[in-house]
Design a protein around this ligand. Structure first.
Ligand SMILES: [Zn+2]
Length: 493
C-alpha cells in the first residue's frame, strides 16, 4: 500500500451532462464536483475476516464503473477505500486460528486484491488499512469530545446522538421512534441510550487493544471510515459510496461523526448499490446462499462473465444472480469478443460507408447518454449491442467497408474502457488464482447455435472467426467433426 494518495488523470470528451441519484436528497441530481475537473470519492471497503462474497463484489463493480466513467469523462480522480482489519469477528477468528490479527487479515486482504484483479477492478488511488490509522481515529474522537458529543462508560467512549439534531437525515430513519433496547449496532456495550454507538471500545480480557491518549481499547467501525475519509479527502468529499445496507447505521454514523467534528457537510453525493439477490433472496452469509468468487470460478464460470453480469444491471436495481444469468452473460461476452475479432481479422471491400459512420456516432452518443444518466449500464449496453447487430448484418451483406473498421473499433474501445471484458484473458486470470479453467457445460441448443455461427463464418470465408468458435467449443469439451458434404457432427469429450 502506498503512503500518499495521488490523483489519476482521465481522458477528455464532450458528452451528456452527468446525473447521479443522491440518497441524501432522494433525487437524481446534476453532478457538480466541489473542485472543477476533480472528483474525490470514498468507498467503504470490506471487513477482511473471510473471502468477500459475490454480493460484495456487486458494489465494487459498480464503484469501478463509476470511476472508469468519471475518468473517461476527463475528471481527475482520487478514490480512497478502507480495509476494516479489526472488528469482533476478526479478533475471534484470529484467536481461534492462534495467529495475530495482522497475520490473519493479511491473507484475506491479499485474496481480496487478487479477486479484484480477476474482475478487472481498477485499484483505487489509495487503500487505507484501519489499524494503520488508529492515531487519526483517536484524534477525531478527541475533537468530538472537545465539542461535547461524547461520553464514556466502563472505559468505552460513545457518541451522544441526542447532541446531533441532523441524525437520520440520510436514511430518513425516525430517531424518536427508535426504541430503547432496540439493537441498532453490532457492539454489545453499555450505553446511555440504545441509539448511541461506540466510538472507542474498552479492551476485553485477552483481546488485541491499543494504548492511546483516550485509554486502551480499539476503534468502533464507523469512526474508521470517518477518520480516513477526512484525512485523505478533506472535510467535504464529492461522492461517498457503498452498498445500500450501509446507509443505516454505518453512513448515518459517519455523518454524525464527521459533521459534528468539522461543522461542514461531509459528502455532496451519496451513491448506494442495491442488493444482489440469489433466487430472490438477499445474498449474505446469514441466508446461507453465500458464494465467493472462487467458488463460482471453480464451478467453471469465467471472471469476465461475473464482471459482465454484475455490471450489466444498473446499480440501483436489484440483481437476481442465477447460473442461467451467468451463462447469459458469458454468451454476451463471447458475442462481443467475436465481433471485435471479426473487425480485426476480416477483409472488407475498400472505402468507407457513410451509414456506418453515422451508426457508430449514434452508438457513441447513446452509450455515453446511458452512463451519464446515473450509470444506466443497461441502456449503454443496448447501444453497443444494437451497433454490433447492425454492423454484423452490414458485413454479411458486403456493405461494411475497410475504413469502417477503425470507426467501429473506436466505439468498442470506448465500451471496453468502462466494461473491461473484451480481452480474452480469463484462463490466465484463473491460473493466477490457482484455479484450473474448467468451462461450464453448454446445452445442446447453445452448441448448435455456436456451430451455426461457425458455419456462417466459414461461408463468408472468415476462418479466424471460425477457428475461434471451434476453440471456444473445445474449451467446453465439444469436439467437432467436419464431414465432406459440409455438415458438422459434434460430440462431448
Ligand atoms: Zn465505511
Amino acid at each position: 500500500m502506498s503512503t500518499q494518495p495521488t490523483l489519476s488523470d482521465g481522458a477528455s470528451t464532450s458528452a451528456a451532462a452527468i446525473r447521479f441519484h443522491n440518497t441524501m436528497s432522494g433525487e437524481t441530481e446534476p453532478f457538480v464536483p466541489l473542485t472543477p475537473g476533480e472528483v474525490r470519492v470514498y468507498t467503504c471497503g470490506p471487513t477482511v475476516y473471510d473471502f468477500a462474497h459475490v454480493g460484495n463484489f456487486r458494489t465494487f463493480v459498480f464503484q469501478d464503473i463509476l470511476r472508469r466513467y468519471l475518468k473517461s469523462r476527463g475528471f481527475r480522480l482520487l478514490q480512497v477505500m478502507n480495509l476494516t482489519d479489526v472488528d469482533d469477528r476478526i479478533i475471534q477468528k484470529a484467536a481461534a486460528a492462534g495467529v495475530s490479527i495482522r497475520e490473519y487479515t493479511d491473507k484475506y486482504i491479499q485474496a481480496f486484491l487478487d479477486d479484484r484483479a480477476a474482475l478487472n477492478l481498477e485499484p483505487p488511488e489509495f487503500i487505507a488499512r484501519a489499524t494503520e490509522h488508529i492515531d487519526d481515529m483517536v484524534q477525531l474522537i478527541q475533537r468530538l469530545t472537545d465539542r461535547g458529543y461524547t461520553y464514556t462508560s466502563e472505559g468505552s467512549t460513545y457518541y451522544r446522538i441526542a447532541k446531533f439534531p441532523d441524525y437520520g437525515k440520510l436514511s430518513k430513519i425516525d430517531v424518536a421512534g427508535m426504541q430503547t433496547g432496540a439493537r441498532v449496532d453490532m457492539d454489545r456495550y453499555d450505553k446511555d441510550n440504545a441509539r448511541d454507538f461506540a466510538l472507542w471500545k474498552a479492551p476485553k480480557p485477552g483481546e488485541h487493544s491499543w494504548e492511546t491518549a483516550i485509554g486502551p481499547g480499539r476503534p468502533g467501525w464507523h469512526i474508521e471510515c470517518a477518520a480516513m475519509a477526512l484525512k485523505y479527502l478533506g472535510d467535504t468529499l464529492d461522492i461517498h459510496s457503498g452498498g445500500v445496507d450501509l446507509t443505516f447505521p454505518h453512513h448515518e454514523n459517519e455523518i454524525a461523526e464527521s459533521e459534528a467534528a468539522t461543522g461542514r457537510k461531509f459528502a455532496r453525493y451519496w451513491l448506494h448499490a442495491e442488493h444482489l439477490l440469489v433466487d430472490h433472496e438477499k445474498m449474505s452469509k446469514s441466508v446461507g446462499n453465500f458464494a465467493t468468487l472462487r467458488e463460482l470460478f471453480a464451478r467453471g464460470h469465467k471472471p469476465s462473465s461475473v464482471r459482465f453480469l454484475l455490471a450489466s444491471v444498473p446499480y440501483r436495481r436489484q440483481l437476481n444472480f442465477t447460473p442461467e444469468s451467468l451463462q447469459g452473460a458469458a454468451g454476451s461476452v463471447e458475442r462481443l469478443r467475436n465481433f471485435a475479432s471479426r473487425l480485426r481479422s476480416e477483409k472488407f471491400p475498400e472505402g468507407a460507408s457513410e451509414a456506418m459512420a453515422e451508426r457508430a456516432a449514434t452508438a457513441r452518443r447513446e452509450f455515453d447518454a446511458g452512463l451519464a444518466d446515473d450509470l444506466n449500464t443497461a441502456q449503454a449496453l443496448a447501444a453497443i449491442f444494437d451497433l454490433v447487430r447492425e454492423a454484423n448484418i452490414a458485413m454479411d451483406r458486403g456493405e461494411f467497408r475497410q475504413s469502417d473498421v477503425a470507426v467501429v473499433l473506436e466505439v468498442m474501445e470506448m465500451f471496453d474502457a468502462i466494461f473491461a471484458v473484451l480481452s480474452d484473458d480469463d484462463a490466465a486470470k484463473l491460473k493466477t488464482l490457482g484455479i484450473s479453467s474448467a468451462s461450464p457445460a453448454l446445452s445442446d441448443a447453445e452448441v448448435e447455435a455456436l456451430i451455426a455461427e461457425r458455419q456462417a463464418a466459414r461461408k463468408r470465408r472468415d476462418f479466424a472467426a471460425s477457428d475461434r468458435i471451434r476453440d471456444q467449443l473445445a474449451e467446453h469439451g465439444i469436439i467437432l467433426e467436419d464431414s465432406r458434404d459440409g455438415t458438422v457432427r459434434w460430440k462431448r469429450k
